[in-house]
Design a protein around this ligand. Sequence first.
Ligand SMILES: Cc1cc2nc3c(=O)[nH]c(=O)nc-3n(C[C@H](O)[C@H](O)[C@H](O)COP(=O)(O)OP(=O)(O)OC[C@H]3O[C@@H](n4cnc5c(N)ncnc54)[C@H](O)[C@@H]3O)c2cc1C
Length: 414
Amino acid sequence: MTNKHDERYDLAVIGSGPAGLAGAISAASAGAKVILLEKESRSGGKIPISGGGRCNLTNILDAENMARSFGDQWRFLIPALRSFPPEKLREFFDSRDVEIEVTDGFHCFPRSGKAAHIVETLLNECDLLGVRRQNNCKADEIIFENGRIAGVRAGGRNIFAKALLIASGGRSYPRYCGGTSGYELARQAGHRITPLFPAMTGVQCVEEWPKLCAGISLPDAECRIDLPGMKERCRGELIFTHSGISAFAVLDLSGRIAELLAEHEIVPLKVNFFAGTSKEEWLQRFQIWQQQHGTSNISKLLADFMPKRLIPFFLEQDCSAARFSAAARRQTAERLSSYTLHINAVEGWEKAMVTRGGVDISEVFPKTMESRLCPGLYFAGEVLAPAGPCGGYNIQWAFSSGSLAGTSAAQQMK
Ligand SMILES: Cc1cc2nc3c(=O)[nH]c(=O)nc-3n(C[C@H](O)[C@H](O)[C@H](O)COP(=O)(O)OP(=O)(O)OC[C@H]3O[C@@H](n4cnc5c(N)ncnc54)[C@H](O)[C@@H]3O)c2cc1C
């Protein structure tokens, strides 16, 4: 039953992260009457904490290469990324006086170094376009009438809308704004949720020695999952933690590891602590040390490459370079270049930056982001199953999918 006091909109957007804000802006730009519902008192979803507070909002890849970085499900992302590619996102902010800079030839950040500028700009745009913004307003239940979307029950009241966009983000970072209520809403419409795994986080290992090195970092390590058929590698800084290892050397593998740990008790992870230096190169180096620095201790020579506290874990016994036996050289070279850590867990939802899994994309039209099961229902951003790597991929995907969903929903109203 509806009455004259009920609020009526063309589109109700659930979630004010990048996906929801892009959805609201694109729908309102196309003439739709939009309400943006946010369960938290602050807006912007995870933008304010992204990129260490600086917001790595995209990168310089084109749509196709960016999509391919999402793995198996990449084809689903193509229409959204083509309709709103990285250069369009940069133009959007540039034309609103938020200069975007490519800091290292690849990653894009606001020049101010402040993620808050991104949020402010998006909220201003919503206000200019007449989007009604409602914070502290959690969407709990979809309202259906005659099997069609009719609105949403949120913050204890009925909000009527011809279309709904679920842009509720993922389960990760519950202390910020992560949660599962978006998946519950999707289920109410009959959608399947694929298993959820914490991704982009550290991993825990059986070995004790990495934990004794907690806080130490190496600038450029490389990890790969040592199971048949696994090709992905991950390279960058590696930090030893109280439970294992973290940072860029492992972040992009962690979601896959979490998935594998559902079937395997242990996932072996091969680590080259000095990416680009092979076992043979270490052996050659040891030989040179033997010839040219015979009286120097190996620990002293290794100290040029790593913090002193790490050395005992790679070097069974210290000795002079002249007395470094062939067996000891092989063992040290192997440990440095191809060490197997046995991973038994990934850090949980509290630390995971992204959620792997979510609304099953086989039930969503990639060209409109509309549900195949429930006309008038749209999805965007991290609530959907695909998860990208570190480096501006996930925020770009949220903007692109949100923008496509908002435009599609507005077109449906015409
Ligand atoms: C610490 C951290 C750093 C990151 N850094 C980067 C980075 O630099 N670059 C990058 O590309 N990605 C980064 N990410 C990932 C990126 O932030 C997310 O993938 C992206 O924000 C997802 O956008 P979204 O709009 O789908 O969801 P979110 O940003 O999570 O926004 C969802 C919003 O929906 C609201 N909501 C949820 N349920 C409801 C409901 N029932 N009713 C009303 N509102 C609801 C939430 O409160 C939230 O505000 C980072 C993530 C974290 C945690």
